[in-house]
Design a protein around this ligand. Structure first.
Ligand code: 13P
Length: 291
């Protein structure tokens, strides 16, 4: 009942100027935690898995857990494959039951990015109700197997973005605007807000057409997050923050309970820590009560 693709969720968010949290998970406990918190806050949700966790847990297992959790949830939930550089693995995850696929060919030359993005988009639209996210420009930092140095990072050219969407048919666009994966080296990273506004206006000024994604959520100040959402970012990606919450909660629990051997209690501590972070992000993104 609550299985949706990202396009459906993000049209409403783009129109009403809030963002849907897109939270990267690395295991099933985290999947449960993000779903439970989103249900408590009545927030629409995008669960994301990068390529490594998708491969280690296996796409069909992730999709089965997703289906089970989403079908009984009173909120819409999308399952997204994050930053995949391999067209074949995009197909595998689409076949398994993910409902949004990100083909990330942003490090390729423009023509190759178009070719791969179009191939994945045509496939996903043909086999099911699956939306596709593409990236233009390159987001700096490290997310799973994607590593982009500051020298390699390039911002998204708005006019090229219009061409890219036309040529690929992609549903959702991640324009590089200066945000970065991982921990920011400075408290005030240089973001190009004007560029985001220009890209938003080109696509969505007359109503939602191509929702925009903000990558690199971790470490942005609350003011910056709110500004990016107000300027039209409607899918907001958070990964590193949750990895830290998971590792820190595990470490703290084990340090305080060294004589205990009860894995269920470690899982509970992790779940609570993740839920706290999801609660924080849902407040900032303005998506509570929007389900
Ligand atoms: P962070 O790790 O900086 O939160 O970035 C997440 C992201 O953009 C995933 O695609």
């Amino acid at each position: 009942m609550a299985i949706v693709n990202a396009r459906e969720l993000l049209f409403k968010a783009t129109e009403e100027k809030y963002a849907v949290g897109a939270f990267n998970i690395t295991n099933i406990i985290e999947m449960e935690a993000v779903v439970e918190e989103a249900i408590e806050r009545k927030a629409p949700l995008i669960i994301q898995a990068s390529v490594s966790p998708s491969k280690s847990i296996r796409p069909e297992v992730i999709a089965a857990v997703y289906r089970t959790l989403a079908e009984s949830a009173p909120i819409p939930i999308c399952m997204h494959l994050d930053h995949c550089t391999d067209v074949d693995f995009c197909r595998t995850c689409a076949d398994a039951g993910y409902t949004n696929i990100m083909i990330d060919a942003s490090k390729q030359v423009y023509e190759e990015n178009v070719r791969q993005t179009r191939e994945v988009t045509e496939y996903c639209h043909r086999v099911g109700n699956i939306s596709v996210e593409g990236e233009l420009g390159t987001v700096a930092g490290v997310e799973d197997q994607i590593k982009v140095s500051e020298d390699e990072a390039a911002l998204c050219d708005p006019e090229a973005a219009v061409r890219f969407v036309e040529e690929t048919g992609v549903d959702i666009l991640a324009p590089a605007i200066g945000t970065a994966h991982g921990i920011y080296k400075t408290a005030n990273p240089k973001l190009d807000f004007d560029r985001l506004k220009r890209i938003f206006d080109l696509f969505n000024a007359k109503g939602p057409r191509v929702p925009l994604v903000i990558h690199g959520g971790t470490g942005l100040s609350p003011e910056v997050v709110k500004k990016l959402v107000a300027l039209g970012g409607s899918k907001f990606n958070v990964s590193t923050d949750l990895k830290h919450a998971l590792i820190d909660a595990t470490f703290d629990y084990i340090s305080a309970n060294r004589a205990q051997y009860n894995p269920g209690k470690v899982d509970k501590a992790v779940k609570e820590a993740i839920k706290k972070r999801i609660n924080y992000w849902i407040d900032l993104l303005g998506c509570a009560g929007k389900a």
